[in-house]
Design a protein around this ligand. Sequence first.
Ligand code: ADP
Ligand code: ASP
Ligand code: MG
Length: 407
Amino acid sequence: MLMVQKFGGTSVANPERIKNVASRVTTYHAQGHQIVVVVSAMSGVTDNLIKMAKELMPLPAEREMDMLLATGEQTTIALTAMALHALEVPAVSLTGAQAGITTDGVHTKAKIKNITPRQVRSLLNEGKVVIVAGFQGQTPEGQITTLGRGGSDLTAIALAAVLKADLCQIYTDVDGVYTADPRIVPEARKMAEISYDEMLELSGLGAKVMQSRSVEFAKKFGVPFEVRSSLNDNPGTIVKEETRSMEGVVIRGVSLDENQAKITLVQVPDRPGVAAQIFKTIADAHINVDMIVQNISLTPDAPCTDLSFTVDKADLLKAAKIIDGLRRTIGAREVIADEKIGKLSIVGVGMRSSPGVAAKMFETLATAGVNIQMISTSEIKISVVVDIAKGKEAMRLVHKAFLENQA
Ligand code: ADP
Ligand code: ASP
Ligand code: MG
């Protein structure tokens, strides 16, 4: 069997943990399996590198950022190879480039263009364990790139796809995907399985257990995978194509995204073209907008409206500056930026065929005195923006209402 096993930062946090990884890999290797190991930087290393860079300048060149960040994973692959050698297992470490991972040139969030794993294949055929640096690739011109935070998940899934692996396992510090982040909601339960679409929504809405781009990739190429713990042998969570029985569960999970911010334009003239102008300018600055809410005008003779939208916290300053510059041209009264928001979401494919879900969510929040600032929905999710100070408590209440005391 050909297996891809990915170990995240906490699973390789120190030499002791790396020894653990090596002994797990050795067990599978001894059973005759071919194994590709993908590793992250040791926990805290990537954050620390970013911190050092920002001490030198606020917006470092993105090419140099990638050069810097790629060192984190390069350290771990070499140490993991050594740990396997110490157990007399033949192992070879490869950078992303050596593993044949080619990306576009968008530094710090590059997309994988193609993978030619010639070297990986031939090493596997020689009986070697191949250890690949996660999170990194190379442009056709030979520049080092990285795949966005959490990108080692993507390396693992993409290699599993191209190698047609029989099994792809994502080892982390929790033993699966839970109905909510177990660090915030102690009552959260581990799921035995979850569909790609549900996992995609949860990870896109704040559940960082899987990088959302990696789930998108898994869905596109039909790569089922298992999320499990590197610290025990408990069965994990299988992420795969939706099956009939999954529809029976109305709400699969709850997530909270505390990395968004809200911009409100107060008293915007209500005429055609204004929204287009605002969002075109934002898009031209490569800023992603998530939720948008616009009120209806109440004064027919001087129609105007309030308009709010959310962006990543990291883009708030940039976006607020742009909108402020636009304020006079469009004739809005005021621009308000608010960082203190949390986006709380519930996700489940069963929602499609089950009325009353939104009402129950809103009622739960109302009873607890949590004000809803914005709402957005899709077929399988409902998101609300609330005051960040109430986010975690609201998450626990909504989890309780939908996911606790059920058979
Ligand atoms: P790794 O370093 O292995 O990639 P991450 O820190 O990226 O691990 O992701 C694992 C963390 O994701 C867990 O420690 C947990 O706190 C968090 N998490 C958030 N939402 C969930 C969820 N629904 N289920 C499980 N873990 C979650
Ligand atoms: N080391 C990178 C990060 O911290 C990639 C990863 O861990 O998946 O984001
Ligand atoms: Mg991760």
